[in-house]
Design a binder for this molecule. Structure first.
Ligand SMILES: Cc1cc2nc3c(=O)[nH]c(=O)nc-3n(C[C@H](O)[C@H](O)[C@H](O)COP(=O)(O)O)c2cc1C
Length: 387
């Protein structure tokens, strides 16, 4: 069923970003109804929001016309989510103190579900002790905050106060509607490659992009889990809401997992640790010569280490194979004591490394399920369903 979002708009200078947000929400299929404060209408005409939202824009509590329904009460009843962006510190203060002197603040008083407030203002206004007190008051109630960010502000100063980007606010809305079926679960997701140094300037690594692990971490957070993402050198945008830990080498990967393992419900090893390291690291840069032979030795198997250590934990490993996919993945499942192996054929250019799609099979002791080619973000949900 279409979700209805009540979008409250106040007179912060970041109001222009909310047009883009509004457009994204409409494209994603949400039904939008807008309430603007009178001051907000001095910054952007309601006509613009009406056109972008393809819905109604309400501005005045005491307008002439249809009064067969009490507008603020009815709007509060029909919305699935009330989002106020941008939220001025003025409107924040009114809501925190139960003032309902306009249509937006009266509707907020009449709304009994979660209200998400995306704050933005000049740094001194945001960091004013009164504003902080107001935020604190609402945090203890049915309110969620999308905190302002640091950066260059419209008032020509650098500091905290920028409205979060439309993409982040959009994601928070999406998160809100996702069922929190992993609430209370502690999940570690690893992603991306590790490195092994050859000399002070050279290293060996692999082609893992981290996209699969990042997608799993993002979805796990959306579904309510406490997520630690431990990742190697990746170009992918970091998810928000997760504890993000950057590592470089295999031993760091192992020790960061180890620190948290006892309190973990599930370890998802989407990282691609280096299987080999050079037998002898050269502390001086190796001089250029006609040819060079590097002797590689096997690294400690991190997946196996945790497979052997596990008690209550569910362990999900990955197998990137180019031939005998099932045979190799099934062997890996047993030898590393995993609960599941996500096996993917990385010989294809349309799935696996560095692309947004993946074609995988889920292999457990009981069965193997072959999944069709799908976006990694969708596969992430299939994997999390195993938990
Ligand atoms: C150009 C301009 C930019 C403003 N930007 C902000 C802002 O980003 N955040 C804020 O809290 N107030 C900002 N203000 C002050 C609010 O508009 C003012 O407090 C107003 O009374 C808030 O009314 P409202 O909350 O009903 O929209 C700005 C004012 C002007 C004139």
């Amino acid at each position: 069923m279409t979700k209805k979002i009540l979008l409250g708009v106040t007179s912060g200078i970041a109001i222009y970003k909310v047009l883009e947000l509004c457009s994204r929400l409409v494209k994603a299929g949400y039904e939008i109804e807008v309430i603007m404060t009178e001051n907000a209408t001095k910054m952007i005409s309601p006509l613009v929001f009406e056109t972008i939202s393809r819905g109604k824009v309400h501005t005045d509590m005491f307008h002439s016309g249809h009064h067969e329904e009490v507008e603020h009460i009815e709007m509060a009843k029909r919305a699935d989510l009330f989002l106020i962006a941008p939220t001025t510190v003025n409107t924040l203060a009114k809501i925190a103190n139960g003032i309902g002197d306009n249509l937006l603040t009266s509707t907020a008083l009449a709304y009994d579900k979660t209200i998400i407030l995306a704050l933005s203002a000049n740094t001194k206004m945001i960091e004013n002790p009164v504003t902080k007190e107001n935020i604190k008051k609402l945090q203890d109630r049915n309110f969620e905050f999308i905190n302002s960010k640091s950066g260059m502000l419209a008032c020509n100063t650098v500091g905290n106060g920028r409205l979060a980007e439309p993409e982040e606010i959009f994601e928070r809305v999406e998160d809100y509607f996702v069922k929190k079926d992993l609430k209370g679960k502690n999940i570690i997701v690893t992603a991306g490659p590790t490195r092994e140094a050859v000399d002070p300037v050279r290293y060996i690594t692999n082609r893992s992009s981290g996209k699969m692990g990042f997608a799993i971490a993002k979805k796990a957070f959306q579904r309510g889990a406490n997520v630690t993402l431990i990742y190697g050198d990746c170009k992918v945008k970091l998810p928000y809401g997760t504890e993000n830990i950057k590592i470089t080498y295999n031993d760091e990967l192992k020790s960061e997992i180890d620190k948290r393992f006892d309190n973990t419900d599930c370890l998802i090893m989407a990282a691609a640790p280096c299987d080999f390291r050079v037998e002898k690291y050269s502390k001086d840069k190796i001089k250029t010569k006609n040819s060079l032979t590097l002797n590689l030795v096997e690294n400690e198997d991190i997946l196996k280490y945790f497979g052997m250590k596990k008690k209550k934990q569910i362990i999900i490993g990955f197998a990137a194979e180019t031939f005998d996919l099932y045979e190799n993945a099934t062997k890996k499942l047993k030898s590393k004591n995993c609960d599941y192996i996500i096996a993917n054929d990385v010989s294809s250019s349309t799935s696996g490394f560095d692309v947004d799609d993946n074609k995988a099979s889920i292999i457990s002791k009981e069965e193997s399920i072959e999944l069709p080619l799908m976006p990694k973000i969708v596969l992430a949900d299939e994997i999390l369903n195993l938990i």
